[in-house]
Design a protein around this ligand. Structure first.
Ligand code: CO
Length: 302
């Protein structure tokens, strides 16, 4: 569905979610430090979202260097924060998600810092293009041009997206380069998220290992009673928003892992792959969510 109309309740929900995200961005700046376990960072951010009255819209993504997206710590993850780390998280209120990401350089590395700064500028320019009612291709172009000016480039097969109720990646794609699309953004909720890399890199991500991040793809029946119990819990708790094995191990113990693999094999759950830059290049990411209401653009996550 294109051009969804945002009604008052939706506006209130997404603004509230955005406000919590803005607070959490400050919180992340305090706790994301070199050598802190990723598990600790993810759990602290998720707990703080709940404390502030929201729901984590998906597991906190913590991608180090070439890990562009879909890395969340497993329940027994021992990885420590390092390199150029991307913190991508979302807050849901009544199923409406405010999505965002910010990057940190934990190595005091000049290239990392410049990549991060460029991703922030590219995001700013992408938002500006949306405010000027530019087409999808032109928004992408303003993002990519910002990268090229800094002698960097963008990842072409990762993009921003429209957001609908309980649907994080709805129909519309906001490209990070000019893909020739002349469509303009209607009223709705959108995330813009440039991924910036050195211009010597491939500019594409590939599917790495399974991420432990899942989403419900269709209702279904399973005979196994543990798997059935887990599926009921998933449906009630997350609806169609993404969740992770770590959350379920916390609630049900490691037996949840067997049930998850049951449900995945039955085609009821989809498991996302880790997304890794093809030439193993460092990746910086910045993201904000905006709403367009009666043609006016409002950034809700800053
Ligand atoms: Co996003």
């Amino acid at each position: 569905m294109e051009g969804q109309e945002i009604i008052q309740k939706e506006l209130e929900s997404i603004r509230k979610a955005g406000k919590i995200v803005a607070n959490l961005r400050e919180y992340a700046r305090k706790i994301v430090k070199k050598d802190v376990p990723l598990l600790e960072i993810a759990e602290k951010i998720e707990a703080e979202i709940i404390k502030q009255g929201g729901k984590p819209a998906f597991p906190v993504n913590l991608g180090i260097n070439e890990y562009a997206a879909h890395y969340t710590p497993s329940y027994n993850d021992e990885t420590l924060a390092s390199g150029l780390i991307k913190v991508d998280f979302g807050v849901a209120i009544n199923g409406f998600t405010a999505d965002n990401a910010l990057s940190f350089d934990l190595e005091n590395n000049e290239t990392n810092k410049k990549l991060i700064k460029t991703s922030e500028e590219a995001l700013k320019n992408g938002i500006e293009a949306a405010k000027q009612n530019k087409s999808l291709g032109e928004i992408g172009s303003s993002i990519n041009e910002t990268a090229e000016k800094a002698n960097f480039t963008t990842i072409k097969n990762l993009s921003g997206h429209s957001i609908e109720n309980n649907n994080l990646h709805a129909g519309i794609t906001i490209p990070n380069y000019n893909n020739g699309k002349t469509t303009k953004l209607d009223d709705g909720i959108y995330a813009i998220e440039p991924f910036i890399i050195p211009n010597t890199a491939t500019g594409m991500v590939y599917d790495g290992k399974p991420s432990g991040i899942y989403e419900l793809v269709r209702p279904g029946n399973v005979r196994d009673s543990n798997a059935r119990e887990l599926l009921n819990y998933i449906t009630e708790t997350y609806n169609t928003l993404p969740f992770c094995s770590r959350w379920l191990v916390k609630k049900f113990g490691t037996r949840a892992l067997i049930s998850l693999s049951h449900l995945e094999k039955a085609g009821i759950l989809h498991q996302f792959s880790q997304l890794i830059e093809k030439s193993k290049s460092v990746v910086a990411q910045s993201e904000h969510t905006l709403i367009i209401h009666q043609g006016k653009v409002e950034v809700v996550t800053e």
